[in-house]
Structures are given as structure tokens and as C-alpha cells.
Design a protein around this ligand. Structure first.
Ligand code: UDP
Length: 145
């Protein structure tokens, strides 16, 4: 999910482009303004953390671009491409390392495990919004498509 700072800074295309160029497949993408309830559910695991209120205020402060992205080992690959939570600690060449400065403005959320991906996708998308299709160059991306 491209967070409101990414959308407002016009970085959404740039970031999605990195995933596309890597060979990953976009199955769904939707601009939306997240309401407080959805934000609190999405970030429920952080409910007791001191930054929770600011996080909810931030993620509801403007439109996000929610996406579903598919590819082999895609969760760990995307987490590596995204970089550390604190952009100051993120390696150069990662999305946060290249485009962000503050933890509370780190431009992108990425699911951290298959279970959380499943849960988060169901929070943001109906099944009918997720497009299944074959990329014509899959044999150029994968040894065994
Ligand atoms: N966050 C924050 N302050 C902190 C830690 C986290 O504002 O000290 C925010 C930040 O936007 C982060 C989000 O809470 O992306 C979720 O935190 P998590 O530890 O799950 O990091 P992520 O998986 O996004 O790297």
C-alpha cells in the first residue's frame, strides 16, 4: 500500500514501477481514503504502541493506493525492496532508503507474512476486484513459469 505521503508526493507510479520492472504482477490496485475504523483494524497489532494514534491519523490523512502484488517469494522480496521501517536505517536502493526520511512518513506498507497478506487483502479488496491473468513474458522472468 502506497501511503498518503507517497500519493501526495506523486511517488505512487515510481514505486509501483519498481515492482513491475522486477517482474512482479499487479493483481489489483485501488485509490481509497481509509477511514479510522479500517485503519485501526489494519494496524491492530500496534494498538498499544505509543505511535498508534499518530499512525492512524497519518494513514487516514489522504488517499492511499492499495495493491495486491503477486510473484514467487513476493512477500520477502517486496519487504527487501521496501527497506527498514525507519528510512534512516534503510539501505540506499530500497524504496524507503531512496524516498523517505521519517519513520512516521515512510511512504509504503508491505505485508510481512502470508497470513497477514491474506488478512490485509481481505480488508481492502473484494475477491471480484482481484484480477488473475498470465503475463506473456513469464518464461523470461522465471526458469519454470
Ligand atoms: N511506525 C511509527 N513509529 C514507530 C514504528 C512504526 O510511526 O516507532 C509506523 C510506521 O509508519 C510503520 C508502521 O507504523 O511503517 C507499522 O510499523 P511496523 O513495525 O509494522 O513496520 P513496517 O512493517 O511498516 O516496516
Amino acid at each position: 500500500m502506497l501511503k498518503p505521503d507517497a500519493v501526495k508526493r506523486r511517488l505512487a507510479g515510481e514505486v509501483i514501477g519498481r515492482f513491475e520492472k522486477r517482474g512482479l504482477k499487479i493483481l489489483a490496485a485501488k485509490m481509497m481514503v481509509i477511514n479510522k475504523e479500517l485503519a485501526e483494524t489494519h494496524y491492530g497489532e500496534h494498538a498499544e504502541k505509543p505511535f498508534f494514534k499518530d499512525l492512524v491519523d497519518y494513514i487516514t490523512s489522504g488517499p492511499v493506493l492499495a495493491t495486491v502484488i503477486e510473484g514467487e517469494e513476493c512477500i520477502s522480496m517486496i519487504r527487501k525492496m521496501v527497506g527498514a521501517t525507519n528510512p534512516q536505517e534503510a539501505d540506499m536502493g530500497t524504496i524507503r532508503g531512496d524516498y523517505a526520511i521519517d519513520t512516521g512518513r515512510n511512504i509504503i506498507h508491505a505485508s510481512d507474512a502470508p497470513d497477514s497478506a491474506k488478512r490485509e487483502i481481505s480488508l481492502f479488496f473484494d475477491e471480484s476486484e482481484i484480477c488473475e491473468y498470465v503475463l506473456p513474458d513469464e518464461e523470461l522472468i522465471y526458469e519454470e513459469p
